[in-house]
Design a protein around this ligand. Structure first.
Ligand code: GDP
Ligand code: IMO
Ligand code: MG
Length: 423
């Protein structure tokens, strides 16, 4: 069997967690392949809201296996909290959650380095979630990192101590004050490690290879979004991993010719949290309304998300680099009540009108041209069938399908698992 992918096509928070949860009924295995606790994936069902950071969003289903792949970076402290949240809901995860030995560990000092790096950047800061993501991936590519499999070695603590000592000396490089109590941080880290050890560590590439041979269905769950990709995003205002389809191959050990469907998920408008260019950003009442109605606050940091119109130029770019085969449109319900809706269809760039994403999309480099659409008044949140959707919303969706050349197969009309319309 092939591995299907579900990827965010914008700047993250598209609703990946919700849809992975919905789709899990069709899959035997759900796997995270990159990112770490910078992600916040929200699932709402049976009157409860769950936010997952590292654990795949299939964990609430009875039989699906959930794998944290080699491309993920794990903070044992945050992971422990996530597991404890599952304990509160009596979710039996020990038999359903597997961890790749090759996944890298976020050390407490990675978080300190992240904080020091951001503070030292001043106004140019990335707006990182400060979870230590950048420094951990730097140690990975610098070939200094610690992996989950190292915890099975007798000398893991020596490795930890050596890397921590190096980080402490690196902190001195930054001309900023970072307060910390290493003893406390280490005690917390060790408790996290103890909890992590209650789970099974696996050679995940072999696990996936066998699963495919045995006809198991696998869904890879992306974190962040294509515009935060380290190569293809709005660099340097990006995260430190490949959030795009190729990241699933390296983050799980799955060959490109084993990829099946690529589900691309996007909001009916656009949001971004943290710094960086955002051509369709709204600074007026319309943007405020989107944020309020859409409850646009970060699931990991609680920060207010910036809001703006749908950017079709960026969406087409993401569809292309990921090879998206099916689209899913989220949060259409948030747009109910607007008289007129806008979709960005071209940019003015260096004196020309262009329809592709250029190297620079800062406000001094691009201005945006929009196509307008008639809005709809109806409340979508109670709707259950594609036939009941307002005709102006259908026109909005048809336009996106025509421009991207990809069908919109799911329309999400509210945060709950049930508020999902298949087309
Ligand atoms: P993820 O990181 O891609 O999993 O997305 P987040 O969980 O960070 O952010 C998506 C937010 O939108 C969450 O608060 C969801 O509960 C909510 N949500 C998801 N789909 C819909 C929808 O169709 N309508 C509304 N109103 N909210 C939604
Ligand atoms: P999910 O999976 C939205 C953003 C941060 C910051 C930049 C770099 O929930 O969609 P990092 O902590 O990686 O150094 O931050 O990336 N960012 C996200 N924005 N959703 C996410 O994940 C994000 N993960 C990171 O806000 O701008
Ligand atoms: Mg999120």
């Amino acid at each position: 069997m092939a591995v299907d992918l579900l990827l965010g096509l914008q700047w993250g928070d598209e609703g990946k967690g919700k849809i992975v949860d919905v789709l899990t009924q069709n899959y035997d295995i759900i796997a995270r392949f990159q990112g770490g606790p910078n992600a916040g994936h929200t699932l709402i069902f049976d009157g409860f809201k769950h936010v997952l950071h590292t654990i795949p969003s299939g964990i609430f289903h009875k039989t699906a296996m959930n794998v944290v792949g080699n491309g993920v970076v794990i903070d044992p402290v945050i992971f422990k909290k996530e597991l404890e949240n599952l304990d509160k809901h009596n979710i039996d995860y020990t038999s359903k959650l597997l961890i790749s030995r090759k996944a890298h560990l976020i050390l407490p000092t990675h978080r300190l380095l992240d904080a020091a790096s951001e503070t030292s950047k001043g106004k140019a800061k990335i707006g990182s979630t400060l979870k230590g993501i950048g420094p951990t991936y730097m140690d990975k590519t610098g070939r200094n990192g610690m992996r989950v499999g190292d915890l099975e070695l007798d000398n893991w603590k020596e490795k930890y101590d050596a890397l921590t000592a190096k980080h402490i000396s690196m902190l001195n490089y930054f001309d900023v004050q970072v307060d910390y109590n290493l003893k406390e941080l280490e005690a917390e880290f060790c408790k996290g490690i103890d909890k992590l050890r209650t789970l099974e560590f696996i050679d995940s590439e072999e696990y996936f290879s066998n699963a495919m041979k045995n006809g198991k269905t696998i869904l890879a769950e992306g974190a962040q979004g294509s515009l935060l990709d380290i190569d293809f995003g709005t660099y340097p205002f990006v995260t430190s991993s490949n959030t795009t389809a190729a990241g699933a191959c390296t983050g799980l050990g799955v060959a490109p010719n084993r990829i099946g469907e690529v589900y691309g998920i996007f909001k009916a408008y656009t949001t971004r949290v943290g710094s960086g260019p955002f051509p369709t950003e709204l600074f007026d009442e319309v943007g405020e309304t989107m944020g309020r109605v859409g409850n646009e606050f970060g699931a990991t940091t609680g920060r207010k998300r910036r809001c703006g119109w749908l950017d079709l130029i960026a969406l087409k770019y993401a569809v292309e680099i990921n090879g998206v085969t099916q689209l899913m449109m989220m949060k259409g319900d948030v747009l109910s009540g607007f008289e007129t809706l806008k979709i960005a269809t071209s940019y003015n760039y260096k004196g020309k009108e262009i329809k592709h994403l250029p190297y620079n999309i800062e406000p001094e480099n691009v201005t945006v041209n929009y196509t307008e659409f008639k809005g709809w008044k109806a409340d979508l949140t109670e709707m259950t069938s594609a036939e009941s959707l307002p005709k102006n919303l259908i026109a909005y969706i048809n336009f996106i399908e025509k421009e991207t050349g990809v069908p919109v197969k799911i329309v999400s009309v509210g945060p709950d698992r049930k508020q999902t319309i298949m087309r």
